[in-house]
Design a protein around this ligand. Structure first.
Ligand code: MF3
Ligand code: CO
Length: 247
């Protein structure tokens, strides 16, 4: 069931977004050579708690981090550990903030130092997200969003991680509808004003085969160990278009 958000719901979600943005600023400031993923996790946790909010991911289905830190071949759900960031690493950070029962969930990718290959995959991944967002207008469908994202990824030669999708978001992190990163135009649920959606392309190099880490049972890792990337925005469908809440 898709929950259409009231003006009150939207106001509350935007409060969670404000805290999420504070975390994002701190992550960009601190994600530098030598810092550990756990240290980033702690910085995020402190900011979330100081602002009276809860790290949404902590204890979610047994998840042991406050945030997800996915490095290089880890596409999503990287559990923060003692790994020290190195020059040229690609780091995707996914953060969930619950404030007054409402959730903000979105992710971004930071390149440590300079790495052309990493910058390219991040750019294409982000642009595929923008393509999806452009399709997210009332009257279009979820299939239109999925098609726009997937087409852009494929045209640019990257592979799409399947089995994981975007989603609705509100009082729960994962609400209906599911938003795959590949699909057919004019199919699926029609978009209407008041939907809050998380679009999240997850892309890979040369092959979309993946494994789940046996060590932490969460990290989703490319089988060929090549570079991967994840970006996620939370958007609101408005009367005549969309608003990117996590811009
Ligand atoms: N952005 C991710 C998602 O939409 C966050 C889930 S991470 C988890 O699924 F650790 F909480 F599972
Ligand atoms: Co999400």
């Amino acid at each position: 069931m898709i929950i259409i958000k009231s003006n009150f719901d939207i106001k509350q979600i935007k409060e969670a977004v404000k805290i999420w943005k504070k975390v994002r600023t701190a992550m960009y400031e601190n994600a530098k050579v030598g810092i550990t993923l756990k240290e980033l996790d702690q910085i995020a946790s402190k900011i979330i708690k100081k602002n009276g909010a809860i790290p949404t991911f902590l204890n979610y289905q047994g998840y042991k981090g406050n945030i997800c830190t996915s490095v290089n071949e880890v596409i999503i759900h990287g559990v923060p550990d003692n790994y020290k960031l190195k020059d040229q690493d690609l780091l995707s950070i996914d953060v969930g903030v619950t404030y007054n029962k409402y959730v903000c969930d979105a992710a971004y990718t930071i390149i440590i130092g300079t790495n052309n290959e990493a910058e390219k995959i991040s750019k294409i991944c982000y642009e595929s997200l923008l393509e999806g967002i452009k399709s997210a207008i009332p009257g279009n469908t979820i299939g239109d969003i999925s098609y726009s994202i997937g087409k852009y990824i494929i045209e640019n030669g990257y592979k799409i991680l399947k089995d994981f999708t975007g989603h609705g978001c509100g009082k729960k992190m994962h609400e209906d509808p599911l938003i795959p990163n590949i699909g057919e135009p004019k199919t699926g649920v029609k978009l209407v004003e008041g939907m809050v959606l998380c679009l999240e392309p997850m892309i890979m190099t040369d092959s979309n085969k993946y494994i789940i880490s046996k060590e932490d049972s969460w990290s989703v890792i490319s089988k060929n160990k090549k570079l991967t990337c994840h970006w996620e925005h939370m958007i609101l469908i408005t009367k005549d278009g969309y608003e990117v809440l996590t811009e």
